[in-house]
Design a protein around this ligand. Structure first.
Ligand SMILES: Nc1nc2c(c(=O)[nH]1)N[C@H]1C(S)=C(S)[C@@H](COP(=O)(O)O)O[C@H]1N2
Ligand SMILES: [Mo]
Length: 306
């Protein structure tokens, strides 16, 4: 694998992060989740300059408290129902304003990509948060590989539609497929990643196997799971929650403590697993990633472009 050292970090930096990967806990979790074999292959990934040094949530918290409406609307539904999703073979269709469109097998899609471990803050629009040690690569690297044609202004994403394996799709709760989108400069920002694993192992189904988006300065619903299509478009794509309720969910969905959801405050958040007495934390503008992304929105009124 051709490592590209962008960060000055390397494996000899024995970061304290190595300590949190408690192998026994991982394996116990994998078995409890029905992965069957404890022999999950560890993924080699570089540490990243973009990681927070906040303490990650446990594997159990990350894999038992989920939003993945294709498997039901409850937080426990994905863990209960996603085990039967077939994630191999997997292909992703890349189309629209792109030099090399096609149906890419996941392995081909990932070839040449640099895998990093990115420990990111993750903030759901429902005002809870987690710290997740993702494994993934920059979306920009993939877009550069397939070649963005002039005129492309947005990137649209779609999730798999397979009601036989995704029982939530039997109900019209959302207009399937789940859809999301980014402006091209947001997609090219180095913080935007396609994640294929977490805690050093392949992505659990309930977290969006085998490949999902993670955009850490935006509310969690932008981070679309189990992606089967990526389209480069000239016009702004339709997005699931905006279609469902445009008054409550905008296209941008940047984490913003000063712009409340119509039905609740966004000023504070509850860290999953922090315990009943831990108290709420202040939500940070752009979820704490302002240094990296504030310039993307120069001149925009973020109370209108919410
Ligand atoms: N396809 C799809 N992607 C999705 C969702 C979904 O229901 N379907 N839920 C979103 C929401 S609201 C959140 S908060 C995150 C949750 O990711 P996690 O379960 O890995 O924490 O996934 C996002 N991506
Ligand atoms: Mo969410």
């Amino acid at each position: 694998m051709p490592y590209r050292f962008k960060t000055g970090l390397n494996w000899s930096d024995t970061t304290p992060r190595a300590d949190f990967i408690n192998r026994r806990q991982l394996i116990a979790g994998a078995v409890a989740m029905g992965f069957g074999t404890p022999a999950l292959a560890r993924i080699n990934a570089l540490p990243s300059q973009y990681s927070t040094d906040a303490e990650p949530n446990t594997l159990e918290e990350i894999t038992q408290y989920n939003n993945f409406y294709e498997f039901g609307p409850g937080k426990g539904d994905p863990a209960r129902n996603a085990g039967g999703l077939t994630t191999d073979p997997w292909s992703v269709k890349i189309d629209g304003l792109v030099e090399n469109p096609g149906n890419y097998d996941l392995a081909d899609l990932m070839s040449g990509m640099v895998l990093e471990e990115r420990i990111y803050r993750f903030r759901c629009v429902e005002a809870w948060s987690m710290i997740v040690p993702w494994i993934g690569f920059q979306l920009s690297d993939l877009l550069n590989k397939v070649g963005v044609r002039p005129g492309a202004k947005f990137v649209a994403f779609e999730t798999l539609v397979r009601p036989e394996e995704m029982p939530g799709q039997e109900s019209p709760l959302l207009d399937w497929p789940y859809r999301e989108g980014l402006r091209i400069d947001e997609a090219m920002n180095p913080l935007s990643i396609l994640a294929t694993g977490l805690y050093g192992e392949a992505m659990p189904n309930q977290n969006g196997a085998p490949i999902r988006l993670v955009v850490p300065w935006k509310y969690g619903f932008k981070s679309i799971k189990s992606i089967v299509r990526i389209s480069l478009t000239e016009t702004r794509p339709q997005t699931t929650w905006n279609m469902q309720n445009p008054r409550e969910y905008g296209f941008y969905s940047n984490v913003n403590p000063k712009v409340d959801h119509p039905r609740w405050s966004q000023a504070t958040e509850r860290r999953i697993g922090a315990g009943y007495f831990a108290g709420r934390e202040d939500t940070l503008m752009f979820n704490g990633y302002g240094d990296e992304v504030t310039s993307l929105y120069a001149g925009q009124d973020l109370s209108k472009d919410f």
